[in-house]
Design a protein. Structure first.
Length: 55
């Protein structure tokens, strides 16, 4: 998890050099998983509050 914080806080605007393949794909995988989890939570909350409003 430290590498993720380092990418977000320190290397986000560092355009010199290249990222390793593993670093790129782990960053992408973490973001995709986070978006899936947040989408599921948003869908559940939307369903709960929509049904309360409807009835």
């Amino acid at each position: 998890m430290e590498w993720y914080k380092k990418c977000l806080l320190e290397k986000y605007a560092d355009f010199s050099g290249r990222a390793r393949r593993q670093e790129y794909w782990m960053f992408t995988l973490f973001n995709v998983i986070a978006m899936i989890v947040l989408s599921i939570i948003a869908g559940i909350l939307d369903a709960v509050f929509w049904f309360r409003w409807y009835f």
